[in-house]
Design a protein around this ligand. Structure first.
Ligand SMILES: [Zn+2]
Length: 280
């Protein structure tokens, strides 16, 4: 049995290789990359829209994040998109690294784009992706604040105008119950949840040695005060919960579980659009 199997394997393997290199069948070969930045126009034309209808668009901003990198909101959705692309049979658009930051924009190294300019910029990008043949535009957003409402508004408008399906997903909210399960409590901006996710991606750029619990302040949304700039870049969703613990194992588990949840959200949404024959 074992000998027969080994004799058959090389021939089967060879025929797969031959198929992949034969030009009429090239369109069936796996993409050489899932990243639009790395794809050339010829391969792109073979892939979109015939074989790939979905694009993942990571959006974030440069913003202070406790002891995480200022680009945490870019790094998180970008890593997520790379991790999910094959599973969702999607391409990954270049990350929108500049965004509308909000009340933390005064912290060193933070950066904010004017809301009107951002809205027009995002609208052009989504319209361009639709024009390139993508049917499902999936915005994986890494930054909340004033940016979420803009993204939701633009995505809906472009979807209606271009007859494409759009989804804007804020991972930390989509995965809120996972935060409770993994950490036993709620999270925060640059809190346990976001710190864990970023630690799983770029551990050497998470500086736990600089952390002190008094760097965190509970969100003031329901507390009767508002400050500009907000006095802390670690903002707890609830008082007394969400302090980062920098636990490496929890970070790995959290990263995997959040991505599974996001994959499920995107896949089931596309499946429902398809079943309803939306924009077909
Ligand atoms: Zn963030």
């Amino acid at each position: 049995m074992i000998e027969r199997a080994t004799a058959v394997l090389p021939a089967a393997f060879l025929s797969v290789l031959l198929c992949a290199s034969a030009s009429p069948l090239r369109a069936q070969a796996p993409p050489t990359t899932r990243e639009m930045n790395l794809l050339g126009w010829q391969e792109f034309a073979e892939l979109v829209p015939e074989r790939i209808e979905t694009v993942l668009v990571p959006t974030g901003t440069l913003e202070a994040h406790g002891v995480l990198p200022n680009g945490a909101d870019n790094l998180a959705p970008e890593a997520m998109a790379r991790d999910l692309a094959e599973k969702l049979d999607a391409l990954v658009a270049p990350t929108l690294n500049y965004g509308v930051t909000g009340s933390l924009d005064a912290f060193p190294g933070s950066f904010s784009i004017d809301a009107e300019a951002y809205e027009a910029f995002v609208a052009s990008i989504l319209t361009g992706l639709a024009g390139n043949g993508f049917k499902n535009l999936i915005v994986l957003n890494g930054h909340g604040g004033p940016q979420t409402a803009i993204l939701e508004r633009v995505a809906e408008r472009v979807g209606r105008e271009q007859r494409v399906r759009t989804l804007v997903a804020n991972w930390w909210t989509v995965a809120s119950d996972i935060t409770h399960e993994v950490f036993g409590q709620d999270g925060g901006h640059a809190g346990n949840n976001e710190s864990a996710y970023v630690q799983a991606i770029v551990p050497k750029h998470v500086h736990a040695e600089r952390y002190a619990p008094d760097m965190a302040t509970p969100s003031s949304a329901a507390a009767g005060w508002r400050a500009y700039p907000f006095p802390s870049s670690i903002i707890l969703y609830q008082p007394g919960q969400g302090y980062p613990d920098f636990d490496r194992e929890k970070a790995a588990v959290y990263f995997r579980r959040v991505n599974e949840r996001m994959a499920t959200l995107v896949a089931t949404t596309i499946e429902k659009w398809d079943r309803a024959q939306i924009f077909r």
